[in-house]
Design a protein around this ligand. Structure first.
Ligand SMILES: [Zn+2]
Length: 550
């Protein structure tokens, strides 16, 4: 059991941190024995913990008593955790003390962690403020330049590594569903479901330019095949017939999505109001943001979705800043779905520090806006579903990969090959850390002039071959709620086996089970890692389990 000492202001962040690092813990109660005690910027209470963590950026008694010299590093600096770069967003205290090389400050090569054995206790002094880092990631998010780093998942991995390598065993429930390596949420924002809604507007002229001139330019750069150029020209020339209702609307790609994803689930975010551009964070209205379709225009599509295993959610306009408008946006889509719980993603990813509160007040079950328009990666530093510490119920399904970020000339502007290479580290991180990889492929992206279907198909095949589970966004959220409901109690180590009681809320659906992992403690003298570092058991309902480590 971990005991945590933190000041009142940090409590909500601490609670959320331990929903992500799902291991037995509680706030420190005087007189209770803890195997591990974590002190964040606070006085160290009397204790007999085997492992004591001292986090904080100010000098503490620990270094005073040992005459360890320290220097303060500036904010937004990098440390290296076993060769991997990890940004620290607050300041960082560095120690002039040999011995611990697990976390090295990149610029000065000084240690950001010091471990000292003191009697039966191992003391680990960490020179940053863990819970402030977590708060920053979950509420502000990383700047786009550090998007590729799963910073929060690295913090979790670092703490786990420090505990196990100090000779203390650890039990956790992984953010990974049983029988899978990670989760993938395939999502589609419905922004432009029909080209015929854009007769002679700037969207249509933009399309014509990109389909005709743009295709030729991209052909010359080797980014388009002759077949693709022909498809785009054919589509452009067919426009008058599409407007007359005599040719297929080539932006309506729903059937194609249903075919490609026939054995998978996916989620479609639908804009509830036509012609409403909403207001951005500066109070400006950008007319271009208004949708040109009404729900009545896509009744056929909605009915098709309702008859499959797909989910319909809200692609919100003003919900992020106005909970009354959010309630109305939610009501309009819930009239179609008839479901009690519904999620939201804001159109153009409009969001600010108050947005989670507003969306919660509007009655949404989850949001999936926290991502980047201009790049791919981890705004909150994690692939896990999380809760902003300031709200009570709304969960966040972070968004990681958006087609437009990969291919738009003003964003990453990648070729298919480059895009594949850019996504690969995210897939590898998902395999290492678990969590969910959320992908947004827009409604019209399979059709002319984008023609991003081949890439999308290749990506899905790759994810399937890596053992991902493909639920709807709501199902992924439900699975994480089930994990959040789990409590591990009464962990007893007996020789080479570990007994414990797990209680978990029953789910009505057929959600995959939870993976309970018991990490073997490593002897601090072990240079070589043991052959088997952990054992796992799958749990689906409240039960007593016995995990054998031999
Ligand atoms: Zn949108």
């Amino acid at each position: 059991m971990i005991g945590v000492v933190a000041n009142e202001a940090e409590h909500r962040v601490v609670v959320e941190f331990f929903e992500l690092f799902k291991t037995p813990w509680e706030f420190h109660r005087p007189g209770t024995h803890y195997d591990i005690l974590i002190c964040s910027n606070s006085m160290v209470p009397e204790n007999n913990a085997r492992l004591l963590f001292l986090y904080g950026t100010q000098r503490q008694a620990f270094e005073e008593c040992r005459s360890i010299r320290t220097i303060s590093a500036s904010r937004h600096d990098f440390v290296s955790f076993r060769g991997e770069r990890m940004p620290i967003y607050g300041s960082c205290l560095l120690f002039n003390s040999p011995g611990n090389e697990v976390l090295i400050h990149e610029r000065t090569k000084s240690a950001a962690v010091v471990s000292v054995a003191s009697g039966d206790q191992m003391v680990v002094r960490v020179g940053f403020d863990l819970f402030e880092e977590v708060r920053y990631l979950l509420t502000q998010g990383q700047p786009a330049e550090f998007a590729s780093i799963p910073t929060l998942d690295l913090h979790l991995s670092l703490l786990c590594e420090l505990i196990v390598s100090c000779g203390v065993p650890l039990v956790e429930i992984l953010p990974t569903p049983a029988e899978h390596h990670f989760i993938v949420c395939l999502t589609h924002d419905i922004d432009h479901p029909r080209v015929r809604n854009h007769k002679c507007d700037r969207t249509m002229f933009g399309f014509l330019y990109r389909a005709m001139a743009g295709s030729i330019i991209n052909f010359c750069r080797g980014r388009r095949s002759l077949r693709q150029v022909a498809l785009n020209w054919k589509a452009a020339l067919s426009l008058p017939l599409v407007f007359a209702g005599l040719a297929k609307d080539f932006w309506n790609q729903l059937d194609r999505y249903l075919e490609l994803e026939s054995d998978l689930a996916s989620t479609f975010f639908v804009i509830p109001t036509k012609g409403d551009a909403g207001v951005d964070s500066h109070g400006r209205t950008r007319t271009k943001r208004a949708s040109r379709y009404a729900l009545a225009d896509i009744t056929d599509d909605l009915n098709k979705l309702l008859s499959t295993n797909c989910e319909i959610a809200v692609h919100g306009i003003d919900a992020w800043r106005d909970s009354a408008k959010g309630r109305e946006e939610r009501r309009r889509i819930q009239e179609i779905t008839g479901t009690a719980d519904i999620g939201v993603r804001m159109h153009w990813l409009y969001f600010n520090s108050q947005a989670s509160l507003s969306l919660e007040k509007a009655g949404f079950s989850y949001d999936s806006t926290v991502g980047y328009n201009e790049t791919i990666g981890y705004r909150a530093g994690t692939a896990q579903v999380f809760k902003n510490p300031d709200v009570d119920h709304l969960l966040e399904l972070p968004l990681h990969i958006m087609d437009t970020a990969l291919f738009y000339p003003s964003y990453m502007n990648l070729s298919d090959e480059q895009a594949g290479a850019a996504i690969l580290p995210l897939i590898e991180n998902a395999t290492r850390f678990g969590g969910v990889l959320t992908i947004n492929w827009h409604d019209r992206s399979l059709g002319p002039e984008r023609l991003w279907a081949d890439f999308y198909l290749g990506l899905i095949d790759e994810l399937k071959s890596r053992g991902a589970w493909f639920p709807t966004a709501s199902e992924a959220i439900s699975w994480f709620r089930k994990r959040r409901s789990a409590v591990i109690e009464g962990v007893i180590h007996e020789g080479d086996s570990v007994r414990m009681k797990i209680s978990v809320d029953e789910d009505e659906g057929n959600l995959p089970g939870l993976r309970v992992r018991v990490h073997k403690a490593r002897s601090t003298n072990d240079r070589i890692r043991p052959r088997r570092e952990y054992a796992e058991v799958t749990v689906n309902r409240s039960s007593e389990i016995n995990v054998s480590l031999s």
